[in-house]
Design a protein around this ligand. Structure first.
Ligand code: ARG
Length: 280
């Protein structure tokens, strides 16, 4: 049986030591190292023990506090890895460590010039009939021309969307593709025309619109997967309406508080990168 595999990075050097998104404002030095470690451990165990999938670990590096957010390592497609090229200088030091890890793991490294932040801004949506679209966001961290180049390398058709609210600076903070073609999303994070494009692409019975109150607790920054014929979703926070909808669609909902990571602008999805199956 094929088992899903994720990349995570222990928060040994995690903290907020600079401000590159609105969540980090007034949070420098405010995260609690031991609470962060406990929250991360609980997330890790949810994947390895509760659900029973595999997690590989990349060693954390002192001085790179955001390296825990492995979703931003790059894009994985089969045995190819397109490393991120970070917009902010504060995160650029992570690039070589991710490239070294993926090349030691046997991936072909495909370097593409231009800014893009990997699975933070490019997410694959697969329709119930199996057609895939790479939804690529620009606005804050990635430029669409770069995403187009990445998509052509990995042979995907793309949907370009525009992010307009700085609190939702990465696509994975406001748009979450799930098994079966489902999504949960926060429309207010997108331009009007991008909202319309998403509604055009994805049938209404597969879409759930998260309330602002839950979106700002990063309800959409969730990880969806199927394991042994059971759909799962792992998230740092869920609203009761989203939970009811997800359960109605057959998902087991695992909520693990990740409040320390929210101080840096991340939650469950940012803390993981799917290694085995395309760009999910
Ligand atoms: N502090 C990090 C940054 O601003 C958080 C990254 C969260 N990652 C994500 N995929 N949304 O880059």
């Amino acid at each position: 049986m094929k088992v899903a595999r994720y990349l995570m990075c222990r928060p040994s050097y995690f903290g907020v030591s600079y401000v590159i998104n609105p969540w980090m404002e007034n949070q420098i030095g405010q995260s609690d190292q031991s609470v962060a470690a406990q929250q991360w451990d609980a997330l890790h165990r949810t994947f390895t023990d509760t659900i029973g999938v595999e997690v590989s670990l990349i060693p954390p590096v002192d001085g790179l506090p955001d390296m825990v957010f492995t979703a931003n390592a790059g894009l994985v497609e089969g045995c190819r890895f397109v490393p991120s090229r970070f917009m902010h200088q504060e995160r650029r030091g992570e690039e070589t460590h991710f490239i070294e890890w993926f090349s030691a793991a046997g991936y072909e490294i495909i370097d593409i010039p231009g800014y893009q932040e990997g699975a933070g801004d490019m997410l694959n949506w697969t329709s119930p009939t199996g057609e895939s679209t790479l939804v690529c966001a620009s606005g804050f961290r990635s430029d669409f021309e770069t995403a187009e180049r990445v998509a052509s390398v990995v042979n995907r058709s793309t949907l370009a969307v525009q992010l307009v609210d700085p609190r939702f600076y990465h696509l994975d903070t406001c748009f979450c593709p799930l098994p079966g073609g489902h999504i949960i999303w926060f429309p207010g994070a997108f331009s009007e025309s991008s909202q319309a494009a998403i509604r055009d692409l994805i049938p209404s019975d597969l879409r759930f619109e998260v309330q602002a109150e839950d979106a700002t607790r990063f309800c959409c920054n969730a990880v969806g997967l199927t394991h042994k014929n059971q759909r799962h979703v792992v998230m740092g926070h869920v609203g009761s309406d989203a939970q009811t909808w997800l359960e109605g669609k057959g998902f087991a909902v695992h909520v693990r508080p990740l409040t320390e990571f929210l101080k840096a602008g991340g939650s469950a999805k940012c803390l993981t990168l799917r290694l085995d199956s395309g760009l999910v």
